[in-house]
Design a protein around this ligand. Structure first.
Ligand code: PEP
Ligand code: MN
Length: 453
C-alpha cells in the first residue's frame, strides 16, 4: 500500500502498529489525493476518543462471561449506517428494538444479555467489485459513507478523505445520543416490557403469548419482591463496527496511560470481515496489536486450521473475551461445516466466544430482483448453531443481526408476511437487507424458545 501518513499518526502508540502498512490490505479505497488523506488522518489522530479503553476492558469481561455461558451477546444494527439517517429518531428506534429483544432473550437464556449496536462507526463496506457499471458508465463502487457517496455520479463516488472526519463526528454524536438514551430512563425495564406488550397486541403474534405472559409474571414477581427498579433504569450498551478502513482505525488508536497498551478508540468492539481475514494480511496484523475485544467473521469456506491459526495470531495470551468468532455459514451449511471448526478450537484449549451471524450466509436475490433474505433461513441458521453447540457441549454465546428499528420491507417472511411483491414497499437499505422492528422481535421470541429447549 502506498499510503502517506501524518507525523502525529506515525509517532503515536506502541511500536508495530504501523506494520500493517507493509502488508496487503484488501478492500481499501483508492484515495485520489494522498496529501488530503494524510491531513485528515493527522487530525483524527489528535481527536478525542469515541470510547475509552476502560469500557473496552469491561466488554472483554462481558464477552468472556458469554463464552462461558454466563451471559448472552445481542449485537445488532444496520449493514451500513448512513450519515443521512444518523438522527435521534432512527437511533432511538434501533436502541429500542435491541432493548426489547434483550428482555425476551434474557428470559430465554436466564442470563444477562450483553447489548451491542452495530452503530456509531458502521460506515464502511467490503464490496465484491471495485467498480459499478450502469448504462455503459463505470464508476467506483459505493464503499460506505465513510469513503464515498451512494449517488451514481463521479463526484459522489470518488473517495474523499474528509468523509473519514465526517464519520468520526457523526459517530461521536451518535455515541452521545446512545449514552443519553441508555442512561436516562429510556431503558427502564418496565417501559421496555410495556413496549413488548404493545407488540403482543397484534394477533399475528399470538403464538408468543406464553413467553410474553411468563415475562410479565417474572416482572410482577420482581416488583412484589421489592426489586430495585431504579437500578434497572440504565443499561450498559456497547458500540461496534467492522474494522475495514485501516487508515481510520489506525488514526483512532491511542496508547492507554494505565496499561501502555494500544486501544482503537473508534468503538468498544471491532471485527474483521470474512473478506479481510487473511492470516498474513494487514487487517489481522493491525487487529493483533490493539487491546480491544475483537471478532472475526467466519464463512462456510473456513477450515479448522484457519480458525486455529486465527486464535494463535489474535489471542496469543488466550485471554477469555478477547476473541469472538462470528460464524456466518448459511442455513444449509452450518450443521455440516461448524462442528469441525468448533471441535478443533475446543481441543486446542483456545478461549473463543462463539456467536452466530445468521444473515450473511443467507442472502438471496428475489424473483423481483431485490437482495433479500428469508426469515425462515435466518431462524434455521440460528437453530443449527444451537444444535451444533449442544451436541458438542460447547457454548452458543450470542447473536449478530442486521436489523433496524423502522418499518422497512427488506427481509421475506414473518407473521406479518412480507412477500416478494411487498419488498418494493419500503426497501431502504443501501447494502444488505435488515430485519424490521417486528421481525426482530419475532426472531427474539423464537430464539428465546430455542435457548430454553
Ligand atoms: C457485514 O457484516 O455486513 C459483512 C459484510 O459481513 P461478512 O464480512 O460476514 O460478509
Ligand atoms: Mn451486511
Amino acid at each position: 500500500m502506498s499510503v502517506v501518513t501524518g507525523p502525529a499518526e506515525r509517532s503515536a502508540g506502541p511500536a508495530g502498529l504501523d506494520h500493517f502498512r507493509t502488508l496487503e490490505a484488501r478492500q481499501q479505497p483508492t484515495w485520489p489525493d494522498p496529501a488530503a488523506l494524510a491531513a485528515a488522518t493527522g487530525r483524527l489522530a489528535q481527536a478525542a476518543p469515541i470510547v475509552v479503553p476502560a469500557q473496552a476492558d469491561t466488554l472483554t469481561e462481558r464477552l468472556a462471561a458469554a463464552g462461558r455461558g454466563e451471559a448472552f451477546l445481542l449485537q445488532g444494527g444496520d449493514c451500513a449506517e448512513t450519515f443521512a439517517e444518523a438522527n435521534a429518531d432512527r437511533i432511538r428506534n434501533k436502541i429500542r428494538t435491541i432493548l426489547q429483544m434483550a428482555v425476551v432473550l434474557t428470559h430465554g437464556a436466564s442470563t444477562p444479555v450483553v447489548k451491542m449496536g452495530r452503530m456509531a462507526g458502521q460506515y464502511a463496506k467490503p464490496r465484491s467489485s471495485d467498480t459499478e457499471t450502469r448504462d455503459g458508465v463505470t464508476l467506483p463502487a459505493y464503499r460506505g459513507d465513510m469513503i464515498n457517496g451512494f449517488a451514481f455520479t463521479e463526484q459522489d463516488r470518488t473517495p474523499d478523505p474528509e468523509r473519514l472526519e465526517q464519520a468520526y463526528r457523526i459517530s461521536s454524536a451518535t455515541a452521545n445520543v446512545v449514552r443519553a438514551f441508555t442512561q436516562g430512563g429510556f431503558a427502564d425495564l418496565r417501559q421496555v416490557h410495556e413496549w413488548n406488550r404493545g407488540f403482543m397486541r397484534n394477533p399475528a403474534y399470538a403464538r408468543y403469548e406464553k413467553t410474553a405472559d411468563e415475562i410479565d409474571r417474572a416482572i410482577r414477581f420482581m416488583h412484589a419482591c421489592g426489586a430495585d427498579f431504579d437500578a434497572l433504569r440504565s443499561v450498559e450498551f456497547f458500540l461496534s463496527h467492522e474494522a475495514l478502513v485501516l487508515d481510520y482505525e489506525r488514526a483512532m488508536t491511542r496508547t492507554d496511560q494505565r496499561t501502555g497498551k494500544a486501544y482503537d478508540t473508534s468503538a468498544h468492539f471491532l471485527w474483521i470481515g470474512e473478506r479481510t481475514r487473511q492470516l498474513d494480511g494487514a487487517h489481522v496484523d493491525f487487529m493483533s496489536r490493539i487491546a480491544n475485544p475483537i471478532g472475526v467473521k467466519l464463512g462456510p469456506g473456513t477450515t479448522p486450521q484457519d480458525a486455529l491459526a486465527l486464535t494463535e495470531r489474535l489471542n496469543p495470551d488466550n485471554l477469555p473475551g478477547r476473541l469472538t468468532f462470528v460464524t456466518r455459514m448459511g442455513a444449509g451449511t452450518v450443521r455440516d461445516v461448524l462442528p469441525a471448526i468448533v471441535e478443533a478450537v475446543t481441543w486446542s484449549g483456545a478461549n473463543v466466544t462463539w456467536v452466530t451471524d445468521p444473515m450473511h450466509g443467507n442472502t438471496i436475490t428475489s424473483a423481483s430482483g431485490y437482495k433479500t433474505r428469508r426469515l425462515t433461513d435466518v431462524l434455521d441458521e440460528v437453530a443449527g448453531f444451537f444444535e451444533v453447540h449442544k451436541r458438542l457441549g460447547t457454548v452458543p454465546g450470542g447473536l449478530h443481526m442486521e436489523l433496524t428499528g423502522d418499518d422497512v420491507t427488506e427481509v421475506l417472511g414473518g407473521s406479518e408476511e412480507i412477500s416478494d411483491e411487498g419488498l418494493a414497499l419500503r426497501y431502504e437499505t443501501l447494502v444488505d437487507p435488515r430485519l424490521n422492528h417486528q421481525q426482530s422481535l419475532e426472531l427474539a421470541f423464537q430464539v428465546a424458545e430455542m435457548l430454553r429447549a
